[in-house]
Write a protein that binds this ligand. Structure first.
Ligand SMILES: NC(=O)c1ccc[n+]([C@@H]2O[C@H](COP(=O)([O-])OP(=O)(O)OC[C@H]3O[C@@H](n4cnc5c(N)ncnc54)[C@H](O)[C@@H]3O)[C@@H](O)[C@H]2O)c1
Length: 338
């Protein structure tokens, strides 16, 4: 492969903007040659030009068929990921695919098979693994600073729910939102989820319930290495995007708090007030998104396995499916094996 990696971006929405910006400002080892989206907006054309992308198209096949393009970033809506990833792999292109690969387990398995046969690299967009706080927790586990791992707690609450139209096609909160937390539990424990028990409710907006989804949940998991993990989710935390975790073991515990725009604390006779957490994922995970893209480009240049593989894309979907089933049955459910 040439020294510089040539990329195509498929989809020109929110997450494509994040990746195009990271590549332009932080990753000189890569260049985006083309971006494609059937609904390419004037705003997207504008930012694409600003981030040095010279070619635009309304047809992603222009990227797939371009022999100069080494790798593709699949940033389109979720229902297109599996098909586009397969086409890109068959054309010999490496793929970075946003999460989730699909909501359908059979489609994911097929996609992974095609990628494997094509012999190309695949990375899945679980960006939180690259967040400075969560990396510190992982380091504490790996270095055995907290001894044997006993418990992991992940708090993940959004500042507000997405539009109802999005909720209807999201695959449900477990598939859409908790999927990142399932990945985080696997990442922090270095182990696989054996069983899942989910409690959930509609406490934020009845319209979410009418759309067949939940907005508040606590999910308990037994890991293969014996660790117990718990995730708590809400679609609405009035104080902002709440992203914290704690790992607890035989020698102690390590916890991380939220990032804020500043650390100023205002104290008065009324009380003590500090900044709210950073607004949402674009702000909180800016550094993580850039580092995930750096790691993808580095894996391609060095011919190494990507740090978040296709299997890492499949497993959280299997966990989400088990969590959904647990809600229906009211019982602890096993996670389907890969
Ligand atoms: N890793 C993360 O934290 C994270 C954050 C946000 C979104 N995502 C994922 O990224 C994907 C996109 O999300 P978004 O927020 O950018 O959505 P978005 O709606 O802002 O953008 C999606 C874009 O894909 C385009 N598109 C649809 N079909 C296409 C096709 N066949 N070819 C090319 N483009 C096509 C749409 O026109 C739209 O512009 C989703 O799968 C989502 O789950 C991941």
């Amino acid at each position: 492969m040439s020294e510089k990696i040539t990329l195509g971006i498929i989809g020109a929405g929110r997450i494509a903007h994040v990746h195009a910006k990271s590549l332009f400002f932080h990753i000189p080892e890569a260049e985006v040659k083309m971006i494609a989206d059937p609904f390419l907006s004037p705003q997207a054309e504008e930012w694409a030009a600003k981030f040095g992308i010279k070619n635009t198209s309304k047809d992603y096949k222009d990227i797939i068929n371009d022999p100069e393009i080494d790798a593709v970033l699949v940033c389109s809506s979720t229902d297109t990921h599996a098909q586009i990833t397969q086409e890109a792999a068959l054309a010999g292109k490496h793929v970075f695919c946003e999460k989730p690969i699909d909501h359908d387990i059979a489609k994911i398995r097929k996609t992974l098979e095609v990628v494997k046969k094509a012999g190309v690299q695949l990375q899945i967009g679980f960006n939180r693994r690259f967040d400075h706080n969560f990396k510190a927790l992982k380091d504490a586990v790996v270095s055995k600073k907290i001894g044997d791992l006993h418990m992991v707690k992940v708090t993940s609450r959004d500042p507000g729910p997405p539009p109802i139209e999005y909720v209807k096609v999201s695959g449900g909160m477990f598939m859409d939102m908790t999927i990142h937390d399932f990945d985080m539990v696997r990442f922090l424990t270095g182990s696989e989820v054996k069983t899942v028990f989910a409690s959930a409710a509609v406490l934020v907006d009845p319209a979410i319930g009418k759309a067949g989804d939940v907005d508040t949940a606590v999910i308990t998991m037994e890991m293969e290495n014996g660790t117990i993990a718990v995730i708590d989710n809400s679609r609405k935390a009035v104080y902002g995007y709440d992203q914290r975790a704690e790992v607890f073991g035989s020698l102690g515990a390590v916890a991380t708090g939220n990032d804020t725009t500043n650390t100023a604390v205002f104290s008065s006779g009324e009380g003590v007030i500090a900044e709210k957490p950073l607004f949402f994922f674009l702000e909180r995970y800016e550094q993580a998104f850039a580092d995930e893209m750096k790691s993808f480009i580095a894996a391609l240049r060095n011919g190494e396995e990507t740090p978040v593989t296709g299997m890492d894309g499949l497993r959280p979907v299997l966990i989400a499916a088990a969590a959904k089933k647990s809600l229906e049955t009211g019982k602890k459910e096993p996670v389907e094996s890969v």
